[in-house]
Design a binder for this molecule. Sequence first.
Ligand SMILES: [Zn+2]
Ligand SMILES: [Zn+2]
Length: 366
Amino acid sequence: MSTPQGSSIPETMQAVVCHGPEDYRLEEVPVPRPGKGQALVRVEAVGICASDLKCYHGAAKFWGDENRPAWAETEVIPGHEFVGQVVELDDEAARRWDIAVGDRVVSEQIVPCWKCRYCQRGEYWMCAPHDMYGFKRRNPGGMASYMLYPVEALVHKVSKDLPPAHAAFTEPLSCALHAVERADIRFEDVVVVAGCGPIGLGMIAGAVAKYPAAVVALDMSPTKLELARKCGATHTIDITEQDPVQLVKDMTDGYGADVYLEGTGHPAAVKQGLNLLRKLGRYVEYSVFGSDVTVDWSIISDDKELDVLGAHLGPHCWPAAIRMIESGRLPLDEICSHQLPLQDFQKGLDMVAAGTESIKVTLIPS
Ligand SMILES: [Zn+2]
Ligand SMILES: [Zn+2]
């Protein structure tokens, strides 16, 4: 094992521990010890994701209902949007990931089993056991001073010149870029992105990088729409003031948008997307919904013959997300709007829940 010179790793650390919905506590827990082939990382920043919040509030997707068993577990340290510095690892881990003590590294949020049908076929982001950091005891997350990267993890280096909160934005950005890849954007497309939160802004930046005819951002907040412009949106529509369906039709000789990327998690945004797409358009759903969504499915079939595509996680998009962040082309000082010490995690969760003053809230362990 190699460790950094002159730095000692403490016995215990501060961590947020999930004891169940709406019961997250700051606790003093043992610092994990790296086993064979693992890396110990000192966490520099960890973002709060909308999915963390849905888990916190007890959504059925995490805690189960009549249709599915619980997926999340209790006594787990949450957090899957993290970045940290390597403090200890053996030769096997160093060789596998091409990293050394002192490097700044992110790990993809899913730790694939590499054994199931999906992993065997290269579709690792859909891994059957689906061990994401921060939801199961097997893989504690980043809301702590230290964490382990297990043998199966996918690890990438990130520039040390970035502020930690910006580096931690790699995870949401990779997800947004994957949604963009699912949309298979063409040069002549009019692309509409619903929602200008962290994911929507990443979708806008990714869509713009594909150089379509127009990228139209929809939101209810003028501040977020301003940020959408800075991410490269060619048009913005405040849906509280204007009818997006009519405006998009006006822009497209009455046909409708070619691509709709949904990143709001609001049921009304689903209907809106189906209505503003042209026939044979492509709808990409990224959101996790707090409740069921009801729409007229005949729009998908009889009316428009739409391609409706799901998107989950950011497979094969981490290097591009890192390049985009390192390039400085995103207004990350504004996107990463709030950094709080780890002990203020409750305030952070409440901020994300309110969704009014913040874009991305990041916790900084000490
Ligand atoms: Zn996330
Ligand atoms: Zn698997």
